[in-house]
Each structure stands twice: as structure tokens, then as C-alpha cells.
Write a protein that binds this ligand. Structure first.
Ligand code: NAD
Length: 271
């Protein structure tokens, strides 16, 4: 819980369309009228107005201060997975933000480290949804190591390593399981693996616990693309990509109960 007496600093990120911008302006005015401070650099609370993509953007913008910032999402399009407040509820949300100490729920993230053949600096990323590795030219061939042992040599379109909250995104489209975010785990799902008498992969999504690191090692020298959530990165000279549950977590501000399985049902079955 946030201590009631501390002044709250907030920021709002908008999808950028007219509806989201108007809503952003309205919320900003209401919250400042309530005596809260608008602070884009060091917010305690980030309100994302738009869709899941807007919250992913906000997460990456503030991912250097995850221990100090909580997130809440308002959706201006269809029901978002991370953006569950609707525009008609913003007065209720503003009052809840201004008046009550709020509850924080923490969800696991994925840490991705890219190391290069030439040595030098490694690159470290945090993903809220997933990391994907896809070949740009031809079949992707990657050795998959789990907890230090070679598990398989993957041949196919690519691999997706997702967080529990990201399990309902790209991972779900690949036939991966939906994981409850209280599970400290990551999931490895295949994209169109080649399976025949010569080449073989497990063919099922794998769920790894927090203390198991998964390392992908390129076998052939094809160009491949690494994505972290909505961001696409083109890496050359990659020796390995290391994935594990991150030490950091994302913190969501909760102003009302919204059980995970209800969110899954409302997003995918009926609302
Ligand atoms: P986008 O606008 O194309 O969004 C894709 C869809 O993914 C949207 O409908 C969004 O609401 C939904 N989404 C995002 N996070 C989700 C989550 N955690 N659970 C359920 N649905 C979720 O692209 P964007 O806004 O830039 O978002 C990037 C995300 O799109 C990636 O992180 C990836 O998960 C997802 N994506 C999905 C597929 C697929 O399902 N085949 C393909 C590419 C990317």
C-alpha cells in the first residue's frame, strides 16, 4: 500500500489518437485539481491511455525505475489485457487514485541478455510480454540449452520466450499455455519447427522455473531479428541469447479486484 500522506507524482502516456489525447488531458486536469503532481520523469504512477501497446511503450519508457513506478491502463479501443479501465470509468479511477492508498500487484518479467562473438559489451533487456527470435533469411537454426545442458537443435521459423502476463499474447497464438502471473516462470514456444526423420524438436511449449536459464545459440550464420515486446532489434555477430526470469518485476496499481482468469475470459471468450 502507498502511504496516504505522501504526495503522488503521476505521468500519463497516450496512444496519440484524438480520443486518447482528450482523455489524457481530462485525467491530467482532474488529478492536478486533486493536488497531485504531474511528473513525467519520476512518476510514482503511470497511467497508460490507449491499448496494450501503449502500456508496453510506457513500460519500456520507465523500465529503469520499476521499483518506484506502478502502472495502470485505460483502454480507448477494444478491451486490453493490460488496459482494463474504460473511458466511462475515468472519474471513478481519478477519485480512486487521488483518495485511496492503492494496492500493488507484482508480476514477473523476462530478462534477455545478448552476447556477441567478438566479446565486448553485452546488451540487456527486460520484456513485459516476450522476446522472439526469427530468421530473416531462411531457416533459423539454434541450439537450445536449458540449465547448462543442450536440450535440442531447433530448426524452423523462430522461437518465442514469454512471461506469464505475455503468455496471452504472441505465445497464445503459437499454441503456448496461459500461465497465471503468480508463477515465476518463462515459457519457450516454437514457431513452425521442422520435424521429420532427420530433424527433431520437442514440439511442445516448455515452462521453465525462475532458477532455470535458457540459452539460444545460433548454429548457422543467418541474419535474424530479435524482438522485445513491440521493439525489433537487428543484431549481428550474436554468440548467444540468454533468457531467464528477471530479478525486477512490473508493479500494477490495483484499485479494484480483477482476477486474472476473469481477465482472460473477458478478453478471449466473452465480456
Ligand atoms: P499490435 O498493435 O499488433 O498488438 C497485437 C495485439 O496483442 C493487440 O490486440 C494487443 O491488445 C494484444 N496484446 C498485447 N499484449 C497482450 C497480452 N499480454 N495479452 C493479450 N493480448 C495482448 O502490436 P503492439 O501493440 O505493438 O504489441 C506488441 C505485442 O503484439 C507483442 O508483444 C506480441 O505479444 C503481440 N504480437 C502478437 C502476434 C500474434 O498474436 N500472432 C504477432 C506479433 C505480435
Amino acid at each position: 500500500m502507498r502511504p496516504k500522506q505522501e504526495p503522488l507524482k503521476f505521468a500519463i502516456t497516450s496512444k496519440g489518437d484524438a480520443t486518447s489525447n482528450t482523455l489524457m488531458q481530462k485525467m491530467k486536469t482532474y488529478l492536478v485539481d486533486f493536488g497531485l503532481e504531474y511528473d513525467e520523469d519520476e512518476p510514482d504512477l503511470v497511467i497508460s491511455v490507449g491499448g496494450d501497446g501503449t502500456l508496453l511503450y510506457a513500460f519500456h519508457r520507465y523500465c529503469q525505475r520499476l521499483d518506484k513506478t506502478a502502472f495502470v491502463g485505460v483502454h480507448t479501443g477494444h478491451l486490453g489485457f493490460y488496459a482494463d479501465w474504460v473511458p466511462e470509468e475515468i472519474e471513478k479511477l481519478v477519485i480512486a487514485i487521488a483518495k485511496t492508498p492503492y494496492q500493488i500487484v507484482e508480476y514477473p518479467l523476462l530478462e534477455v541478455i545478448v552476447r556477441y562473438i567478438s566479446g565486448g559489451q553485452e546488451a540487456r533487456y527486460l520484456a513485459l510480454n516476450e522476446c522472439t527470435v526469427k530468421s530473416l533469411t531462411g531457416t533459423l537454426v539454434m541450439d537450445v540449452e536449458i540449465k547448462g545442458d543442450l536440450f535440442e537443435t531447433f530448426r524452423g521459423d523462430g522461437l518465442c520466450i514469454s512471461t506469464p502476463t505475455g503468455s496471452t499474447a504472441y505465445n497464445k497464438a503459437l499454441g503456448g499455455a496461459i500461465l497465471h502471473p503468480s508463477l515465476e516462470a518463462i515459457q519457450l514456444a516454437e514457431m513452425a519447427s521442422i520435424n521429420n526423420r532427420v530433424f527433431r524438436t520437442i514440439g511442445s511449449p516448455l515452462v521453465l522455473p525462475a532458477h532455470h536459464t535458457c540459452i539460444l545459440k545460433p548454429v548457422n550464420q543467418v541474419d535474424f531479428q530479435i524482438s522485445i515486446d513491440h521493439l525489433s532489434l537487428l543484431h549481428k555477430d550474436v554468440k548467444l541469447i540468454q533468457c531467464r526470469v528477471a530479478d525486477e518485476k512490473i508493479r500494477f496499481a490495483r484499485f479494484r479486484p480483477f482476477p486474472f482468469w476473469k481477465r482472460v475470459r473477458d478478453s478471449f471468450i466473452a465480456d
